[in-house]
Design a protein around this ligand. Structure first.
Ligand code: BDP
Length: 623
């Protein structure tokens, strides 16, 4: 049992179940096949019906007289989603004899962002090499190896089962080679396969591609030659992939080229691409993760500075994609205030499934509670889409840690329906992935639900952030200061510990970052007495003896949080050690090993951080 089947573990039927449909599409065929193979209940009919709910929605009902089930949808992909919903109900032990469901996705675009490079390395990938084995795809023949086909079929089934409808297959730090005809033909092979599962392919593009790939002297978005080059390239792509999704762009960020290189705005850059894509119905998804162009300004404020004046200046097929927090996927951040400031441009939230700053694939950290926290500030209704930076790789179990699969699953479920509770998603996932035995489900659900807060506690409690070791972002390095790098990459810039206290003053007396938030958050965060303690050191420089709500001092509270985090990690490992009777040997051993590592790492985080901060607080470390 190597985990390769993810949560797709329905028992096969010995006899095929009776499934009928008049829909002749490949997608309906897949829906029929899935149900015929795995559904154990009464006959199901799949009906395409123009009057059914939503573009991708579905309705499932049980006929009371004979128990037969009908799945109705406007489009074939709705039938497929409905089929997977039915299997989910069955496999997570929900009643299926009286179903009356109507479902529609909350947002239109539910997209995985793979940070995969053409050499198969994966930026911030912790589960082996890229799942795209380019040399096993023959673009000229339109074929791929059988092994790859099997693996990617699981990828498609997994995504469709949770409603993911798009995949950006390459790194945002994009190689211009991605747009080479050789690769476009290979991408077409993927697109042809994904299409039947309702998944569109998108590409990240390098803004300087017209130079690197096209041999032009410039990539200036207002240059006619450049505009023509993009139009031709886009036409070439759509000739191969008529339903191609569009481009994702990281521009003028962390050394990537962009319109700013020619003194053009992000809007001018995005609109140039948008014009090329518009005739085909394609999108430009432009990232707002831009900093470093405003010398001396607090890094967390720079996205608003950069984009607020451009709001309203983007073409209608441009979407602005913004990370959940204003910094960079930390264990806890307040929400990104750009979501408050952009009023006229459609927005997507970018969440990170791969746990770059949350123990990578070594720690059990269930991310749904973090994403729910974000949705409690940013209403999904104001979003047109949700993107998730994928955690997939060619490790047998796809995600490195068996429990990291839960984050892929939860991402899709929440992008479809952000009102689902983290607990329900954990429950479904555990039951489909492991067992229905409550002696396993209850304790492990509890561990999952506690895991994110534990991670915050042993890494960066009370609003601390970015005190990671440089580059790999795994262990602690609160003392980090690297003269050769921009100051925004140095931990000391973020915690600002000194003999008087610790924390980053972003109040109206400090950098004024609080002013970027809508009311009342601007004033709540600005006041040390109303600022939630989980964001305290994010917004305030706080004296070591500051009285916390529970009566202890800041220093004591910091010690208590770190200790609590470690105690939690130990408790998780101990809980898991009792799960042996319910889990297969391989998964039990693999998770056990990682749990032990998580405990060791948690201790290292606590000891390193407290010993270092103690040099400023000059107080005793409490146990
Ligand atoms: C940071 C990663 C870096 C990415 C960057 C991005 O450390 O590898 O390229 O974000 O999102 O989190 O562009």
């Amino acid at each position: 049992e190597d985990g390769s089947r993810l949560w797709l573990r329905s028992q096969r039927n010995s006899d095929l179940c009776e499934i009928t449909t008049k829909d002749k599409s490949n997608t309906a065929k897949i829906a029929t096949r899935e149900l015929a193979t795995y559904w154990h209940g009464k006959p199901v009919s799949l009906i395409k019906d123009k009057t059914a709910t939503g573009e991708e929605g579905f309705e499932i009902t049980t006929d009371k007289s004979n128990g037969h089930i009908t799945i109705k949808a406007k489009n074939s992909c709705g039938l497929l989603y409905g089929a997977y919903e039915l299997l989910r109900l069955q496999d997570s032990g929900m009643p299926v004899d009286n179903i009356n469901i109507k479902e529609n996705p909350a947002v239109k675009y539910r997209i995985l962002n793979h940070w995969d490079n053409l050499d198969r390395s994966v930026e911030r990938g912790y589960a082996g090499l890229s799942i795209w084995k380019w040399d096993e795809i023959n673009g000229d023949k339109g074929t791929m190896s059988l092994a790859l086909k099997e693996r990617l079929t699981t990828y498609c089934r997994a995504n469709a089962s949770i409603g993911i409808n798009g995949s950006v297959i390459n790194n945002v730090n994009a190689s211009p080679k991605m747009l080479n005809t050789l690769y476009i033909k290979k991408v077409k092979v993927l697109a042809d396969m994904f299409r039947d599962y309702g998944i569109k392919v998108y590409l990240s593009v390098n803004f300087a591609s017209p130079m690197a790939e096209g041999g032009l002297k410039t990539a200036d978005p207002l240059n006619e030659g450049v505009r023509t080059w993009w139009k031709n390239k886009v036409n070439e792509i759509y000739k191969e992939i008529p339903d191609f999704g569009g481009f994702l762009v990281k521009a003028n960020s962390e050394g990537q080229p962009g319109p700013g290189d020619y003194h053009r705005t992000h809007a001018e850059g995005a609109n140039m691409l948008a014009e090329a894509l518009a005739p085909h119905g394609g999108l430009v998804i432009w990232r707002s993760f831009v900093y470093g162009n405003h010398e001396g300004e607090d890094r967390v404020m720079q996205a608003v500075t950069e984009f607020e004046d451009l709001d309203g200046k983007f073409n209608s097929n441009v979407i602005l994609q913004t990370k959940n927090g204003p910094l960079d996927f930390q264990p806890r951040e307040p929400y990104a205030p750009l979501f408050d400031q952009i009023k006229h441009t459609p927005m997507m939230a970018e969440l990170q499934i791969t746990q770059e700053y949350l123990g990578q694939s070594r720690h059990l950290v269930y991310l749904a509670p973090m994403w729910k926290e974000f949705f409690s500030f940013v209403n999904p209704k104001q979003l047109i889409g949700i993107a998730g930076v994928a955690n997939t790789g060619d490790d047998a179990n796809w995600c490195g840690h068996h429990f990291s699969q839960a984050n892929w699953y939860a991402f899709g479920r929440l992008a479809w329906d952000p009102t689902l509770s983290s607990e329900q998603i954990a429950d479904e996932w555990l039951k489909q992935t492991f067992t229905h035995d409550t002696a396993f489900i209850n304790p492990m659900k509890e561990v999952m639900m506690s895991s994110r807060e534990a991670c915050v506690d042993y890494m960066m409690p009370l609003g601390l952030h970015h005190i990671f070791k440089a580059d790999h972002h795994y262990g602690p390095e609160p003392q980090g200061f690297y003269p050769k790098y921009p100051i925004e990459w140095c931990p000391v810039y973020y915690h600002k510990a000194d003999s008087t206290g610790i924390g980053f003053d972003r109040t109206m007396n400090g950098t004024k970052a609080v002013s970027q938030y809508r009311h009342p958050f601007d004033s709540i965060y600005n006041d040390i007495n109303t600022c939630p303690e989980e964001y305290l050191l994010w917004f305030h420089h706080v004296s070591w003896n500051h009285k916390m709500k529970d009566g202890t001092t800041l220093w004591q509270s910091l010690c208590a949080h770190y200790n609590r985090g470690v105690a939690e990690a130990k408790r998780f490992a101990e809980t898991w050690s009792k799960m042996e009777p319910y889990v297969d040997r391989q998964r039990f051993m693999e998770v056990s090993q990682r749990m032990a590592e998580q405990v060791e790492n948690a201790e290292e985080w606590r000891d390193t951080c407290l010993k270092y901060f103690q040099t400023f607080s000059r107080q005793e470390i409490t146990k």
